[in-house]
Design a binder for this molecule. Structure first.
Ligand SMILES: NC(=O)c1ccc[n+]([C@@H]2O[C@H](COP(=O)([O-])OP(=O)(O)OC[C@H]3O[C@@H](n4cnc5c(N)ncnc54)[C@H](O)[C@@H]3O)[C@@H](O)[C@H]2O)c1
Length: 362
């Protein structure tokens, strides 16, 4: 399957260079695989503050070739220019680089605003000066806050952000819209800039073969597999008094490789559109199904045969009761739909944990 895609891609001579900021992170590294297998040439940038060089090495091992990797910070404008100058002809950018921990964002708001907003402003400026017209931006379902209707569509009004992190994503989206609006004031020639904002729901799991990360230790999926493996005594379910069918929070969990594929489809779409246009389009990227935390536990137990001790704890600040996606637009416009079901995603998550134990890493 992968071989076929590579042949098709090389026949189309599609080896377009795509800059992947945050390329050593969880979603970024999985997307690097999807891009390479679709025939794109990923160029990675990461400051490695939340990831490690090993991920780049493991990507190279899996893909069987060297990757262009720059350990720089996206806020460093001179370094960003340097990458564009050195690589030449970067067709588009996927901007993953950001900090994304809700709890940390409450403690360090200035760090979050500086990193998540300034890096985007720097990127847009450098892209403009370097004539790079295509952007895919990582947004999040957190921008919806607690929506009143489920599932949420891209038109569902945003509620005030529940966290500093969520606010940084709302403002980032506005920044992209403001930037595109500003292009209408350019008179000399028609500007060329097209952006896709992807609002991710809850990515879980990991690539079934490549040795990559599976998010942070305090992400639900990491706590879940660590508990099943006996590394944690029990899983704490944060509240069972939400207005949902079993009282626990409902989220839309999607396999990270499905999410990675959504970036490939977004780039394919951006590249196919007429040039000398400027616009922003927004898509929900989820499975379209909501699952409660208790359903996650039950499905995990059935899918892996492992038992998962849990205890009901206090609600966490910043958690909304329920959010899941209507993904009709992504299907209709981008031709993207999640392929993995929850049981398979949970099996892959458990396999990641077993591989980690075999290696003796934490
Ligand atoms: N994981 C999720 O549940 C989720 C959900 C919705 C949206 N997102 C968004 O997706 C993107 C990727 O998330 P992730 O889960 O892969 O996080 P991650 O922390 O694993 O990856 C982000 C990467 O960006 C790097 N980085 C951060 N700031 C940087 C900077 N200024 N310059 C260079 N590198 C920088 C980090 O070192 C890290 O490797 C983020 O923008 C995040 O907000 C994530």
């Amino acid at each position: 399957m992968n071989e076929l895609r590579e042949i098709l891609a090389s026949n189309n001579q599609k080896m377009k260079k795509i800059l992947v900021t945050g390329g050593a992170g969880y979603i970024g590294s999985h997307t690097v695989i999807a891009l390479a297998e679709a025939g794109y040439e990923p160029i990675l940038i990461d400051n490695l503050v939340k990831s490690s060089k090993n991920i780049v090495t493991n990507l190279e091992k899996y893909l069987g070739r060297k990757l262009a990797f720059y350990q720089i910070d996206c806020n460093d404008k001179a370094a960003m220019y340097q990458v564009f100058t050195q690589e030449k002809e970067i067709a588009g950018v996927i901007h993953f680089a950001a900090y994304r921990e809700v709890g940390e964002s409450a403690k360090k708001p200035l760090l979050y605003y500086t990193n998540n907003l300034n890096s985007l402003a720097v990127l847009l400026e450098v892209m403009e000066k370097q004539g790079c017209p295509l952007l895919v931006f990582s947004s999040s379902c957190t921008v919806y806050g607690q929506a009143t209707q489920m599932p949420v569509t891209e038109q569902t009004p945003m509620q005030p952000a529940e966290s500093v992190y969520g606010n940084s994503k709302q403002i980032s989206e506005e920044m992209i819209h403001d930037y595109v609006r500003s292009l209408s004031f350019v008179t000399e020639q028609t500007p060329d800039f097209r952006a896709i904002i992807l609002r991710y729901f809850n990515p879980i799991a990991s690539h079934p073969q490549a040795d990559l990360s599976m998010g942070y230790p305090n992400d639900l999926i990491r706590m879940l597999v660590a508990t099943a493996a006996g590394e944690r005594e029990k899983l704490i379910v944060f509240g069972n008094d939400y207005p949902t069918y079993d009282g626990t929070c409902i989220r839309d969990y999607l396999h990270v490789m499905d999410l990675a594929e959504a970036h490939v489809k977004s780039l394919d779409y951006l590249i196919q559109q007429p040039t000398h246009e400027y616009w922003v389009r927004t898509f929900n990227i989820g499975t379209g199904k909501g699952n409660s935390v208790l359903e996650m536990i039950r499905t995990f137990e059935q899918a892996t045969g492992q038992s998962l001790p849990y205890e009901i704890g206090q609600r966490r600040i910043g958690d909304v009761a329920e959010v899941y996606a209507n993904t009709d637009q992504a299907q209709k416009v981008l031709g993207w739909k999640a392929k993995y079901d929850l049981a398979t995603s949970l099996q892959h998550s458990w396999q990641w944990q077993l591989r980690k134990q075999q290696k003796g890493t934490t």
